[in-house]
Ligand binder design. Structure first.
Ligand code: ATP
Length: 421
């Protein structure tokens, strides 16, 4: 079942608004057994919208368009569908009744412009919009079905569930497939790709692909167009192979983050953690406490940014700071150790580095970070040189993630395990 998505609006074409509708719709369509073959975005011109609708109709079984159903003069999707279908618009009493009921509920006066929203091409059905004024339109063509939904995401989602979803489910006849994303950290994408090369062969079922975002690599396993049970069994089998080949680099699946993965391991062991941060400015503590229920494992975070505070709060010896500098292995080690004993936690993480864009030297360039992990038995320090193409924000983000990953690997292995091991 081939599905095309069409987004309508000048602000989308101009890049002033992000087309989040298409991303949401593409995922929803895939979950319901459809295959999205194309996304198109056009501005608010009848000719362009009509042309895009006609082109989509010539390629797809189902077309879902969003936007341009409002009451203003630049809302032209109704007119464009009428042109594409070669059918005139007519005012529909059921659409008018819905619009009037909405205005009555809101206690607002109906304006003449809202009457335009009751115009529907002859032969099409009206889709009720319980959250807004713009009714949707459904053309049940003999071969291709077209759905026009409002652009406002909350309205679009609710109307999709009521109008498009049942059609997709019926047409896919239970062949809704299955998909899973495994989240990985601490293994270069090229190494990961090499280990999964045979699984990633084109035309293999399930399809396996990777994509990297903000330092996290996702391995996506997709079995499309199959009965749910059969697809789930194939995806599970590939999941086991991927987990076996990537080992500890896999930290979770779907919505998991490094913080939720660390939280899970700390809670399972009844362990606690504290943080001593310099260049990450509290980001590790923030991420660890983003997880609901974090008081079970997080005790305290020190943000000792200035050297004097490293000295006075965590008792880093001045000599150490003078001899090695704040961004150094011995200082990261001391911060982690002092933090653990002062906070009375099982583990402590520390971070000291040069986030840039200024402050780098030939010996200590921007992106150099030392991450410390203190455990009940030892302290280890991981030296990481991030690429000089990363921004300050990215260096801080990757450093926070790498610190949490150090702890996660240690909890899983029962001893500190640096990513290269
Ligand atoms: P309404 O009458 O409820 O405004 P509409 O169909 O006329 O519905 P538009 O006027 O095209 O919708 O868009 C309304 C708002 O919806 C936009 O200002 C934008 O914030 C949001 N929107 C529109 N299209 C998209 C999209 N593709 N992705 C995310 N948001 C969108």
């Amino acid at each position: 079942m081939r599905v095309e998505l069409l987004s309508i609006g000048d602000e989308l074409v101009a890049g002033l608004s992000l087309d989040t509708n298409s991303a949401w719709l593409a995922q929803a369509v895939r979950r319901l057994g459809g295959t999205v073959i194309r996304h198109t975005t056009v501005g608010d011109r009848v000719g362009e919208i009509a042309g895009a609708l006609q082109a989509a109709r010539s390629r797809a079984d189902i077309v879902v368009a969003t936007g341009g159903l409002g009451p203003t003069a630049d809302d032209l999707t109704r007119e464009a569908l009428a042109e594409a279908l070669g059918c005139p618009l007519e005012e529909r009493p059921e659409a008018m009744a819905q619009i009037e009921a909405f205005f009555a509920r809101m206690g607002r006066a109906l304006r003449d412009s809202n009457r335009r929203q009751a115009l529907v091409p002859v032969g099409c059905d009206v889709i009720e919009n319980p959250r807004g004024t713009a009714p949707g339109i459904h053309d049940r063509g003999p071969e291709v079905e077209i759905f026009l939904l409002p652009g406002v995401p909350a309205e679009m989602k609710e109307m999709f569930a009521r109008s498009v979803e049942p059609v997709l489910l019926e047409r896919s006849a239970g062949r809704v497939g299955c998909a899973l994303s495994l989240r990985c950290f601490g293994m270069p994408e090229s190494t990961l790709g090499d280990r999964l090369a045979d699984l990633m062969a084109r035309d293999r079922v399930p399809r396996v692909g990777t994509n990297a975002s903000e330092g996290v690599i996702s391995v996506r396993i997709v079995a499309d167009g199959l009965a749910a049970d059969e697809a789930a069994a194939l995806v599970r089998a590939d999941e086991a192979v991927v987990r076996e080949r990537l080992g500890v680099a896999v930290f979770g699946a779907e919505e998991d983050t490094l913080a939720t993965a660390v939280a899970r391991e700390l809670i399972a062991r009844g362990c606690t953690v504290s943080t001593a941060e310099s260049c990450t400015g509290g980001l590790i503590a923030k991420r660890l406490t983003d997880v609901p229920g974090s008081s079970a494992y997080f005790r305290c975070g020190y943000v000792t940014y200035a050297n004097e505070m490293k000295e006075s709060v965590l008792h880093v010896p001045r000599d150490l700071l003078i001899a090695h500098g704040a961004v150094s292995e011995p200082v990261a080690r001391h911060l982690a150790e002092a933090c653990r004993s002062q906070a009375g936690t099982d583990f402590a993480l520390s971070a000291t580095g040069i986030a840039g864009p200024g402050g780098g030297t030939p010996e200590k360039p921007v992106g150099l970070v030392f991450l410390g992990l203190a455990t009940p038995d030892e302290v280890v320090v991981y030296r990481r040189q991030w690429s000089d193409t990363l921004t300050r924000e990215e260096i801080r983000d990757r450093s926070a993630k790498a610190a949490m990953d150090l702890l996660r690997r240690c909890l899983l292995a029962g001893r500190p395990l640096l990513p290269s091991e």
